[in-house]
Design a protein around this ligand. Structure first.
Ligand code: F6P
Length: 482
């Protein structure tokens, strides 16, 4: 049960499903409308009804991508070149050495995962060493760590927010504005130390970001699907615009595979159908994501948002309540370390689950001595051996106190490259999309999160003394104590 593409391979042998099983299940669960829906997604015509717009993230990586975006792409590349070459000077004439991406959710997880995963592919035709940092949490916990190690005169902040209205991001930005003084005035800071990335141009202008430092993207690109757009700036700053394009090319290759490969050789379709089967036929409500390469350690958090924010729904595309299970809980962690933490429960615990193992078979280690290279190659083999071993034990058990029978996928790449990374992420996007079509839900909105934000505003108004609204006894008690 092995499916291969140029960049990504799927072995679903340990799902216990034959090709005939998959075909039969697809007949049962894949709606007749699926082909049309897929075509619409790939051409940017798929509808997001509750938000009244289309879904267009795929266009960001298409070779035939809308020329309207070209102006934006040029500015993106200029920004990348200027910052990576050290030519971008701060307001006091010093080159920028540090970039801090302030954003949350899709404006943080994708760029952070990609920058971390692809660091070693950085185009080395730049002499300037640019450090990229990430700040997302509304409590300021990450600012505590970053601000002491950067200098206002040599630091540039990317304000990354599709809406440009997310309180988490604006709160971090507000604290940064207090921190730049006395070295910089606010106008100096805005003129040379801020780049806005958003689909809300008006809000960026109102904030005072100069037009040349605004990178916009279409509001039809969902936050959790936005790393291919200007939101991917930290990735491009880490690896260079050429390598960033290779990541887009890998995703584009996966788009074509998704569009044309027959059902039983189509990785996203198989992932989707197997996932629905596990959810509906085996009653498995959770998927562990287990990358066996440290460069992919942020993948589980990224997939958590991609899948759970998209398919954790209790109403259909028309907003009508549904009574069947939809997207599962996604969790996981870096596999080798997970072995020393939660794997015991996977092997012998009571709870049922399914998992995706993700492995990288080979890794180059340029820049090291042959002896160290040999050591690192051995470590890569060690990691793959452990991945294969635990996957075996989870499926076969030992016929005694290890029950086995936990169905898992193995996704693997020969090498982690910008292309294979792009293909891997795009495959998961299409899996999530396909499951959304099967469950007849809108995978492109997040009404529960929006409602939570609204309630948080009401609670904050009471904490700030602007309202005397009452909630419930527990909440009121804590507010009183605070
Ligand atoms: O969590 C809700 C959400 O709207 C996500 O969908 C989004 O990625 C995140 O907040 C950040 O939103 P923005 O990019 O608009 O700041």
């Amino acid at each position: 049960m092995l499916v291969t593409t140029d960049h990504l391979n799927l072995d679903y042998t340990f799902q216990g499903l034959s090709v005939a099983d998959i075909e039969a299940y697809a007949k049962q669960r894949l709606p007749e409308t699926f082909n049309a829906a897929r075509e619409q997604l790939l051409s940017g015509d798929y509808a997001n009804p509750s938000e009244g717009r289309n879904v267009t993230h795929v266009l960001n990586r298409s070779r035939h991508s809308v020329t309207a975006a070209r102006g934006g792409r040029n500015r993106f590349c200029e920004v990348v070149r200027s910052l990576r070459s050290g030519k971008w000077l701060g307001a006091t004439g010093k080159p920028i050495t540090d970039v801090v991406n302030i954003g949350v959710g899709g404006s943080d997880l994708g760029p952070m995962m990609g920058s971390f995963a692809l660091r070693e592919f950085a185009d080395d035709n730049v002499s300037h060493d640019l450090q990229v940092h990430f700040v997302s949490s509304m409590d300021g916990g990450q600012l505590y760590a970053v601000l002491p190690i950067v200098d206002p005169e040599t630091t540039l902040f990317i304000i990354a927010s599709k809406s440009f209205g997310t309180i988490d991001t604006l709160a971090n930005v507000d604290t940064v504005k207090r921190w730049i003084s006395p070295q910089l005035s606010e106008s100096q800071w805005l003129a040379r130390h801020v780049i806005g990335v958003s689909s809300n141009n008006q809000a960026m202008s109102q904030f005072g970001i100069p037009a040349g430092q605004q990178l916009s993207f279409a509001d039809s690109v969902g936050g959790r699907f936005s790393l291919w757009s200007a939101i991917g700036l930290p990735i491009a700053l880490t690896v260079g615009a050429n390598q960033f394009s290779k990541m887009l090319a890998g995703a584009h290759a996966m788009d074509q595979h998704f569009a044309t490969a027959p059902l039983t050789e189509n990785i996203p379709l198989l992932l989707a159908l197997i996932g629905v089967y596990n959810r509906e036929q085996r009653g498995l409500n959770n998927v562990a994501v287990l990358p066996y390469d440290g460069r992919l350690r942020y993948l589980p958090s990224y997939l958590q948002q991609l899948d759970m924010e998209s398919n954790g729904k209790q109403c259909d595309r028309d907003g009508i309540p549904i009574d069947y299970p939809t997207g599962p809980i996604i969790w996981g962690g870096f596999g080798p370390n997970g072995q020393h933490a939660f794997f015991q429960h996977l092997h012998q615990g009571y709870d049922a689950f399914t998992a995706d193992f993700i492995a990288v078979l080979h890794r180059q280690a340029p820049g090291f001595t042959p002896a160290v290279q040999e050591g690192l190659a051995e470590q890569q083999r060690l990691a793959v051996a452990n991945c294969l071993a635990h996957r075996r034990l989870l499926w076969f058990g030992n016929g005694d106190t290890y029950p086995g029978q936990s169905p898992t996928n193995l996704l693997y790449v020969d090498e982690l490259t910008p292309e294979s990374f792009g293909a891997l992420i795009a495959a998961y996007e299409h899996k999530v999309f396909t499951q959304g079509v099967i469950w007849n839900i809108n995978s492109f909105d997040q009404p529960g999160v929006e409602l939570g934000k609204q309630i948080a505003k009401e609670v904050l108004a009471v904490l700030d003394g602007h309202s005397d609204e009452h909630f419930d006894e527990s909440t009121d008690n804590i507010i009183k104590r605070m």
